[in-house]
Design a binder for this molecule. Structure first.
Ligand code: HEC
Length: 202
């Protein structure tokens, strides 16, 4: 009998731990409601506009660095720039505005850009679409607001995100070395490449 009590106590402790672990692992906020930018309720407009500003500032930092590296050093040099500056520049933009900002995609090059829970559905539903077929979205996450804005491929991107035939052999080589699980290939101009996202506390 005593043994049974101990076993039962142990089992319920395990259940408790399992429940806690489950909750702990699920700390990312869930979507309460989503809106297109035009439908944004008045009390969330401020968050939407702050996020738009942050996305612009990430783009304004990345694109000139990328185009300069491409014209001065060629695509292999530019891959290094992308690898070394894309993450820090994005994080820096986030620190300046005081909320988390990032880039994600259904076809990732860097696994560090994996989508957060609340944007996973949007990323999955929009996979393989053209930029013109999707719209920026706003997510009410309870105590936070999530904002997502499409990133569309243009001609320049094809040098590093196009088909294997379009990538120069030396670019393919360096990508294979630095991103062994690279999925960010096969994009054409006009394709949806991914999403800027921001997560703002209310
Ligand atoms: C010189 C090569 C190069 C060019 C040109 C380039 N990229 Fe990338 N891109 C990269 C590399 C390398 C990464 C991974 C960066 C990292 O490690 O964070 C990346 C990552 C990304 C990501 C983050 C998601 C992911 O897959 O990790 C997006 C979004 C992206 N690129 C979009 C674009 C767009 C849009 C263009 C054209 C305007 C473009 N890239 C042009 C090399 C390039």
């Amino acid at each position: 009998m005593r043994a049974l009590t101990i076993i039962l106590a142990f089992a319920s402790a395990l259940l408790f731990i399992a429940a806690c672990t489950h909750q702990g692992a699920n700390v990312e906020p869930a979507v309460v409601r989503s809106y297109s930018f035009e439908e944004t309720p008045p009390e969330l407009v401020g968050y939407r506009d702050k996020a738009k500003g942050a996305f612009q500032s990430v783009g304004n930092r990345l694109i000139p660095r990328l185009t300069t590296a491409l014209s001065e050093g060629g695509p292999v040099e530019a891959v290094k720039v992308c690898r070394e500056v894309a993450q820090p520049l994005t994080d820096e933009a986030g620190r300046e505005v005081g909320f988390a900002v990032g880039r994600t995609s259904h076809k990732l090059r860097n696994p560090a850009n994996a989508p957060r829970d609340w944007i996973k559905q949007l990323v999955a539903d929009s996979a393989g679409k053209k930029g013109a077929e999707v719209k920026p979205m706003l997510f009410d996450l309870g105590d936070r607001v999530g904002v997502a804005s499409p990133i569309v491929a243009v001609e320049m991107c094809v040098q590093c995100h196009g088909t294997d035939e379009q990538l120069k052999p030396e670019v393919s080589q360096i990508l294979a070395k630095q991103y062994p699980d690279d999925k960010a290939r096969g994009f054409a101009p006009g394709d949806l490449r991914g999403w800027f996202w921001a997560e703002l506390p209310k």
